[in-house]
Design a protein around this ligand. Structure first.
Ligand SMILES: Nc1ncnc2c1ncn2[C@@H]1O[C@H](COP(=O)(O)OP(=O)(O)OP(=O)(O)O)[C@@H](O)[C@H]1O
Length: 314
């Protein structure tokens, strides 16, 4: 794939104070974000958080009530023709003629583009070569999903919207899609990804935006989000009833070592390499062999659930 040139340093996508309501429901409530070339941004949020509404405004399917949406500096509703020629949209099962064959469908979509990718290459890359002659309705769910991705990418878009791109895929197909998204990033394509899979967001995204009730509740790189304000745990096993006073003194302020059950110790706080050194140095000084030393890091899933609650949404 060749690098599409945006020609300017302006963000590929920019939302400023965007509000969208449906009757009494405020689906998007003052959302601002931007996305640059070669960046993958994951939009995360519980059901009903406003992700789809946000993406639909970016794609120009619906206009915001307030605020602005700009794609390549253009209004995606007023300038929809120009915007749509440069974006790729992955539709969930939509837009397909059930009787047409996978390869034909992809070639048809490619024919709308002045400089499409080679459809056969794309079918091969997504493991669909054997399915090229299969009618759409006979494709498996995972094959339909990969074909939707191929259709979104065949016109060499500069900005791609991927809605749960690996939902329902097996492990091999998922990896294939992840590799393709990584290749898009390297080619300078901007990707807005919505997903409910935290490991996918962590693996693929340069930046994460967590939305809830139409508002951003957290944003940053995966490591910023999992580190920020996160209390980690360093656990180890050692002889019972050690006097922890010396360890407490050796650790920076704010770290409290505790014996949580006989012989089972935990140090709470942000666990850094220096924390490990302090613990193992103290153990050496005490002539104590710490075993089963383990650092628990906060996972993105924990951060997400802490921010958006654990109750199931309608
Ligand atoms: N066309 C519509 N008419 C009425 N209400 C709508 C419409 N579209 C969305 N909503 C409401 O707006 C809110 C946000 O919905 P949206 O589909 O954007 O959430 P989401 O984060 O994409 O959810 P999910 O993860 O379930 O796809 C929800 O309360 C939803 O019911």
């Amino acid at each position: 794939m060749s690098s599409p040139a945006s020609g300017t340093a302006q963000p590929v996508l920019r939302l400023d104070g965007v509000v969208k309501s449906f009757g009494d429901v405020t689906a998007v409530d003052g959302l601002s974000l931007s996305l640059d070339r070669g960046q993958v941004l994951a939009l995360l949020g519980p059901n009903g958080a406003g992700k789809t509404t946000t993406v639909e405004m970016c794609e120009g399917f619906t206009a915001p009530d307030r605020g602005t949406v700009r794609v390549f500096g253009l209004d995606p509703v007023a300038d929809s023709g120009q915007v749509r020629a440069r974006i790729g949209v992955m539709l969930q099962g939509g837009g397909a003629y059930p009787g047409s064959k996978a390869g034909e469908m992809l070639r048809l979509v490619a024919s709308y583009s002045a400089d499409p990718l080679d459809p056969d290459w794309l079918l091969r890359t997504l493991g669909l070569t054997d399915a090229a002659r299969t009618p759409y309705r006979r494709l498996s769910g995972g094959q339909q999903q990969r074909l939707a991705l191929a259709c979104a990418l065949v016109s060499r878009p500069e900005l791609v919207f991927l809605d749960e791109p690996t939902a329902g895929l097996d492990a091999q197909a998922r990896l294939m899609v992840w590799e393709l998204i990584d290749a898009l990033r390297r080619d300078g394509v901007a990707v807005l990804l919505t997903t409910h899979l935290m490991d996918e967001a962590e693996a693929l995204a340069d930046r994460l935006v967590i939305v809830d009730h139409g508002r951003i509740v957290a944003e940053g790189t995966p490591s910023e989000l999992t580190r920020h304000g996160a209390d980690g745990h360093l656990r180890f096993t050692a002889p019972e009833r050690l006097d922890l006073g010396g360890l407490h003194a050796a650790l920076p302020a704010g770290y409290t070592p505790r014996e949580v059950s006989p012989g089972s110790y935990v140090v709470e706080g942000t666990i850094e390499p220096a924390t490990l050194v302090a613990v193992t140095t103290w153990c050496a000084e005490m002539d104590v062999l710490a075993t089963e030393l383990q650092v628990d890091q906060r996972r993105l899933e924990d951060v997400f659930l802490d921010l958006t609650g654990r109750e199931v949404r309608g």
